[in-house]
Write a protein that binds this ligand. Structure first.
Ligand code: KE4
Length: 426
């Protein structure tokens, strides 16, 4: 598609005069795939429209939140009505109770839940709570998993850090980093070794139950079950970071789909329906240590903001009351998976496709992708070429080989056929 991106180019030049790198989040900068970011102007259904009027079929869905599609009528109308009543109080309101009660009714193992404004805040707070509850300091995370940009997590993290190959982040002190231990994803023996070497010091193991920040990577059979057993035996808080998987894989998220009980769960993305919302929750035994009930301090000016709660509550209510949406999303993702596989195979391009529900990623290489190491061994430069081919064909993929694609339910079968058609021209 010969198309002009002149407006985006000039907006990017202007943005760099007042915003670091011209973007408010590094992964949007196209740094790894090359070229300059496209500036969007509007979105409707499964489509986004850029500043030059080009139309794109959207496979990011705002990195997950827009699961129902852009401009979903009921969500827009609920937000419009709420802002007519109030934008923010800084005092409790019934909307927060309704949101908490809805989440407790959807998510397994959540007796109490605290709202925050991002996935980072949710994960950061959950780790502080685990440390306060256990009196222990160290945490174990997994190479390639990303839990937001709090200091404790910026050790061998995924998403933008993998994209930019940032191994150690300036500003994260040695003291903080020394309390974060890292194991390869899907390597239970490595975790057991770390736990034994640091016996009695591990407060939490935090994991993406289905990883989405090194592309989509599934837990091997038995991996999460073994971690669950180890955490129970060693009194380690098992934290499921469901910022991506929560309310996306199912109403009950990965806990429901994989049948594994977490001690604490963190949420983001879908929970806000596109507005800034995160949350962390779990059993009362642990959550009651959070201020003002307990002494683990955690706070936020806009936590539980009524407009954001309205967007999230409306989105989650639609998902809870229409479970067939998850079946439709999975079917569409499978149609995409099968079409991609058939087309790339016919072109003789070695690839691996990982999919769980409506999370999917394509990795160029002949080997299985089950960890960050195997993800990094793929043909990243070929992915970058693929990204730009698809972009110029009107298909907007996540601008990094280390990201999961996110389908929204406004995608039609013909959108997916158009996507496969574009792949056939690669
Ligand atoms: P936020 O602070 O960006 O809302 O959430 C952090 C986070 C926590 N946990 C998981 C599993 C996540 O995927 C994220 C954020 N995901 C990235 C995309 N891989 C957000 C995109 C961005 O950084 O702009």
């Amino acid at each position: 598609m010969a198309y002009s991106i002149q407006q985006s180019e000039s907006l990017f030049k202007r943005a760099q005069l007042s915003i670091p790198g011209g973007v408010n989040s590094p992964v949007r900068a196209f740094k790894s795939v090359g070229g300059n970011p496209i500036f969007m102007k509007s979105a409707k259904g499964a489509d986004m429209y850029d500043a030059d009027g080009n139309q794109y079929i959207d496979y990011i869905s705002s990195w997950g939140p827009m699961i129902l599609g852009h401009g979903y009528k009921d969500v827009v109308e609920a937000i419009q009505q709420k802002v007519g009543e109030a934008i923010s109080f800084g005092a409790p309101s019934e909307m927060e109770i309704m949101m908490a009660e809805l989440i407790v009714s959807m998510a397994p193992n959540v007796d109490l839940i605290r709202m925050v404004s991002s996935g980072t805040e949710a994960c950061m707070s959950a780790i502080r709570l685990a440390r306060g509850y256990t009196g222990k300091n160290k945490i174990i995370k997994f190479d390639g998993c990303y839990h937001g940009h709090a200091d404790a997590f910026l050790v061998k993290a995924g998403s933008g850090l993998a994209t930019f190959n940032i191994q150690a982040v300036p500003g994260v002190t040695g003291g903080v980093a020394s309390d974060t231990l890292v194991a390869p994803y899907n390597d239970y023996e490595a975790v057991e070794k770390l736990v034994n070497e640091n016996d009695g010091q591990i407060a939490a193991i935090i994991i993406e139950p289905v990883a989405g920040n090194m592309g989509c990577i599934l837990p091997k059979p038995g991996f999460l079950e073994s971690l669950r057993k180890l955490c129970t035996e060693k009194k380690i808080v098992f934290v499921f970071d469901e910022v991506m998987t929560g309310f996306r894989l199912a109403a009950g998220g990965a806990q429901q789909v994989l049948g594994i009980d977490a001690d604490l769960v963190t949420y983001g993305k879908v929970i806000g329906g596109g507005m800034p919302v995160g949350a962390f929750g779990g059993k009362k035994e642990i959550m009651q240590h959070i201020a003002p009930l307990g002494n683990v301090y955690q706070a936020g000016t806009l936590s539980g903001n009524p407009v954001a709660m309205t967007a999230g509550f409306t989105t989650l209510s639609i998902l809870k009351n229409n479970p067939n949406i998850y079946k439709e999303l999975e079917q569409k993702t499978t149609q995409l998976n099968e079409g991609l596989h058939k087309t790339l195979t016919a072109k003789g391009i070695a690839h691996t496709i990982n999919q769980k529900g409506s999370m999917i990623s394509v990795h160029f290489g002949a080997h299985a992708v089950t960890s960050f190491e195997t993800a990094a061994k793929c043909e990243i430069s070929l992915f970058n070429k693929f990204f730009h081919h698809m972009l110029s064909s009107g298909i907007y993929l996540p601008p990094s080989a280390y990201e999961s694609w996110f389908l929204n339910n406004a995608l039609s079968s013909s959108d997916i056929e158009k996507t496969i058609e574009a792949v056939s021209k690669f």
